[in-house]
Structure formats: C-alpha cells, structure tokens
Design a protein around this ligand. Structure first.
Ligand code: SF4
Length: 326
C-alpha cells in the first residue's frame, strides 16, 4: 500500500516542545504522515529519534511538561490534538487502542484479567454483562490464551510475560478501535515468542480492519509487520515509503545505516553504510541536516541547510543527495 487517498489518521506539521529551565527543546519538528484504514505504518529509528513521542502525541498522552506546540492530528476526519482531556480519554480505548512495551503498564494488578476486559468492553460498547463476558472469552481465545474460561479469573501476575502481552492486545482491540498505537510491543518478550506475538497482532488487525502505528527500533520487526515505514531521526521523518521499496533500496544514508545493522535486510547492491556516532541530544541538534556529523556523504550544504521531506524514487526522502538540482 504505497498511496494513501483517504487517511484514517493524518498528522500534519506536528511539533512537540519540552520546556526546561534552560530553554525550550524541540523534540518533534514538523512530523507529517498519514495512515490509511487497515494499514500498518512502522515508525523506526534509534532511541531519542522521537518515534515514541509521536505515538504518545497521537494518543494525547505526552508526559508533562512536553506539549504539542504546532501542527494537527486528525482521526477519521476529526481533529483530535486540541480536544479536552476528557474527550480524548473517550477516544483512547474506543477509537484508538494502545499497546506498550511493558504489559504491566496496561494491566491493573489487583483486578482479575476477565474483569478488566469486561470492564473495558462495557466502558466503550453498549453491551450487557453476559455479552461482554462472551466477547471477553472470545477475545482471550483469539489471542491464544489456553482455557480462557479457567484463566478468566486469574490475576496478571499469574501469567507469563508473553501471555500478559496477548491480554494487552485483547484489551487494545476489545472496543474495536480503528487504530492501534503499538510502542515496542514485543521488545520486553523472550526472543522465542516475539515473532508469534507480532504475527498475532498483525493477523488480528487484518481480521478487524484495524490500522496500526507500530513504533520500534527494530527494522526486522518492520519488515515482518508493516505495509509502510517512516524512518525518524532527531525529531523528523527522513524517509517514508512502502516497506518493500525502503528495504530493497533505502535512499537516506541513515536508513541505509539502519539496514546495514541487519545483514539479512541490507541492500542487495553496494557497500552497507555503518552509522558511527550517536543521535544528537535535544539541546545539541546540529545546524542543517541533523544527520550530517554522522553522514559519510555529507556535502557543504548539509551543514547549513535542512533538507525538506519531498517525493522522489517512489517515496519521500529528506536528503540533499536525492534532491539534486533543488
Ligand atoms: Fe547526509 Fe547531507 Fe543527506 Fe543529510 S542531507 S543525510 S548530511 S547527504
């Protein structure tokens, strides 16, 4: 799915600022992307790139003092970034589900699993207790919880990490949201079950027609799960396009570096770029292209002018090399 005609989610020019005693830090700087109904957009980058912050801004869950300082977020044709907190709470859970890295963040430790799912269903859907219980059992079955009638009355600590994350997936999907924001949903799990849980998430989203913003540092996860990928660096998207295109032929030097870290996903031709150095801190973002101190292909212009994210080679890229003549 490379073109988005009628987006479910539209993020335009999103700016997030973090005021500090030493001044205001710009954490997201003009982030633009769309997600179509049923589409999975992977958002990838190193720690500090702004990918989790983007997910939290969409969910209306930015930690104070972080704040949206510009841009707009639209869901199903309705602007949601300026809604009062109470309105946004209704949208979370009902229209946008959330899955975080640590399943215990989403589960109440003193409430039985079945009760938590029933309560969430009844908060968002007009169904009676019996139907809610049947739906909860059906969801527990769908996410692969064995003997759901028995496990219905168990507490979160009585489940393994993988089973807990399956329950969080059930909770995120139980009100039939149109979008799920999943932030590193399998990073805390054993490697042996990461693929199973990802596959389950992908399959359930397909079956329910649910779109997903999948935040991860792992290009392998993107390759297995996403339709399109947005690569983030220092608070901006630097490349966005269909997963197959970006993986087969990454254009931005940073994307090439990320791919180079995974030999099986590296470009077919040409030497793999390695990324020396680290992501700049928010208070030390370089002038021009923020990647220039780490970029082996940087030219003079890169040190003073920041390239815009523009169309080229079937995707959008923010790099002067792909915009020669501009
Ligand atoms: Fe490298 Fe320049 Fe492209 Fe930035 S704009 S990625 S520094 S070549």
């Amino acid at each position: 799915m490379s073109k988005v005609s009628s987006p479910l989610l539209r993020v335009q020019g999103l700016r997030v600022e973090i005021p500090t005693r030493r001044g205001v830090l710009l954490a997201l700087d003009g982030v633009d992307f769309d997600i179509a109904p049923g589409e999975v957009l992977g958002m990838v980058g190193e720690s500090g790139a702004g990918k989790s912050l983007t997910g939290m801004a969409v969910l209306g869950l930015l930690d104070a003092p972080g704040r949206i300082a510009g841009g707009e977020v639209w869901l199903s044709g309705r602007r949601i970034d300026d809604l009062p907190a109470r309105e946004m709470r209704k949208i979370r859970g009902k229209e946008i589900g959330a899955i975080f890295q640590d399943p215990l963040m989403s589960l109440n430790p003193v409430l039985r699993i079945g009760e938590q799912i029933v309560e969430t269903i009844r908060t968002h859907l007009a169904v009676g207790p019996e139907e809610a219980r049947e739906r909860a059992l059906g969801l527990m079955r769908a996410v692969g919880i064995p003997s759901p009638e028995v496990r219905f009355d168990a507490y979160p600590h009585q489940f393994s990490g993988g089973m807990r994350q399956r329950i969080v997936i059930a909770l995120a999907l139980c009100a039939e949201p149109s979008l799920v924001v999943a932030d590193e949903p399998t990073t805390a799990l054993d490697v042996s079950i990461q693929a199973q849980v990802l596959q389950l998430l992908r399959q359930l989203c397909r079956e329910h027609g649910t779109a997903m913003l999948l935040v991860t540092h792992d290009m392998g996860v993107i390759a297995e799960t996403a339709d399109r990928v947005a690569v983030m660096y220092a608070g901006r998207i630097v490349e966005i396009g269909a997963v197959d295109d970006v993986i087969r032929a990454p254009v931005h030097p940073y994307t090439r570096g990320l791919m180079g870290a995974i030999p099986s996903l590296g470009p077919v031709r040409g030497p793999l770029a390695q990324i020396d150095g680290s992501m700049p801190r928010l208070n030390a973002r370089p002038e021009g292209c923020a990647f220039h101190p780490r970029c082996s292909q940087a030219v003079e212009r890169c040190r003073s002018e920041s390239p815009a994210l523009i169309h080229g080679l079937g995707r959008k890229v923010a790099c002067w090399l792909s915009q020669e003549g501009s």
